[in-house]
Design a protein around this ligand. Structure first.
Ligand SMILES: Nc1ncnc2c1ncn2[C@@H]1O[C@H](COP(=O)(O)OP(=O)(O)O)[C@@H](O)[C@H]1O
Ligand SMILES: CC(C)(COP(=O)(O)O)[C@@H](O)C(=O)NCCC(=O)O
Length: 302
């Protein structure tokens, strides 16, 4: 079993995966999102509980408590974890905290991924490839390779766009021939509203509705933030459609997706083209799964 980590600016997303008979790394449990403040207490417990469930050991709660409080986990647990691979955009302190939290689970080091020129046939068009956020890159690898996305695939001629409504909002485009051609970084849904509340004298932290013609302060801020988020998506979608001559397939992810997805759908409907919005739960973790698979294939010479 391997541990996958997606350390974003707000939350750490974690998954345990194991290889099936076909060599595909499958989720062994539903991935979880933890705040960074909770990593030291909750991460080792979560890992131990999931491992214990998988190994069908008795008293998972007891084992979890053992791992959380002791310097070393039971041999059966630690022995079943082969390692940890991840991406981190939350800074070195977050990485250290995660590494410390995983020591009792038998993880001595984490294989943090950095974007390169190409991964699994997807080419990185960033001017300095390593400057691209590793979560953005791994998310793109995820929608480029994921089995789950094959259920809602882009045709070979279609560009693909991954929109991540996280702490920041990113809107990234893959050309039909497999090049990440660039993308937007926009203040995220909550950052936008927080910035207005913190940097103006009169504006509150808004709790309004998204309306066409907002007529009070809360609705005006909420609608304005949703419009800015959706406007960024629509801009990239229209530009990519013009550039590649085909409507991009849109993949939506991130903690704040629910707040804005209806606004995007409404704006896209105004374009007169039917554009399905594909929700993807864990594109970054999916990308990491694909990287693991590639490594295994290389190891056996496939
Ligand atoms: N139900 C929700 N509605 C709106 N925003 C949410 C909701 N749940 C989480 N968020 C926001 O989503 C962001 C975190 O999402 P996540 O995808 O984990 O981001 P990151 O990868 O940057 O850590 C935060 O800004 C958080 O406030
Ligand atoms: C753009 C991001 C802040 C998004 O982080 P997130 O909201 O997912 O936590 C992150 O991917 C990042 O720090 N990127 C480095 C700069 C770049 O991608 O150009």
């Amino acid at each position: 079993m391997m541990l996958l980590l997606d350390s974003g600016n707000s939350r750490l997303k974690v998954a345990l995966v194991c290889q099936d008979a076909a060599g595909v790394w499958q989720y062994a449990a539903e991935p979880v999102a933890l705040t960074h403040d909770a990593v030291e207490t909750e991460l080792p417990t979560w890992v131990a509980e999931r491992l214990a469930e998988r190994l069908a050991e008795p008293s998972p709660a007891g084992l979890a408590a053992h791992v959380a409080t002791q310097a070393t986990a039971s041999l059966a647990l630690t022995g079943s974890l082969q390692g940890a691979i991840g991406v981190n955009v939350a800074g070195p302190q977050a990485a250290e905290r995660i590494a410390r939290a995983l020591l009792p689970c038998g993880i001595g080091s984490i294989d943090w991924q950095i974007p390169g020129d190409a991964t699994l046939g997807l080419r990185n068009g960033y001017r300095v490839p390593t400057q691209l956020g590793s979560d953005r890159w791994m998310g793109l690898v995820g929608i480029w390779t994921s089995v789950d996305v094959q259920t809602a695939p882009a045709s070979g001629q279609q560009p693909r766009q991954l929109v991540n409504f996280g702490t920041a909002t990113t809107v990234d485009t893959i050309s039909p021939d497999g090049v990440f051609v660039g993308g937007l970084i926009v203040p995220g849904w909550n950052l936008m509203r927080d910035a207005l509340a913190q940097r103006t004298a009169q504006l509150p932290t808004a709790a309004g509705s998204v309306l066409d013609f907002p007529a009070d302060t809360h609705d005006a801020i909420t609608s304005g933030s949703a419009a800015a988020q959706a406007g960024a998506v629509l801009r990239q979608w229209m530009i990519a459609r013009a550039r590649f001559g085909a409507p991009p397939a849109l993949y939506i992810t991130g903690g704040a997706s629910d707040a804005v997805i209806a606004e995007i759908a409404q704006l896209l409907a105004l374009t007169g083209v039917l554009v399905p919005l594909h929700r993807v739960a864990h594109p970054v973790l999916d990308g990491l799964r694909a990287v693991l698979r590639q490594r295994a294939n290389h190891a056996i010479g496939a």
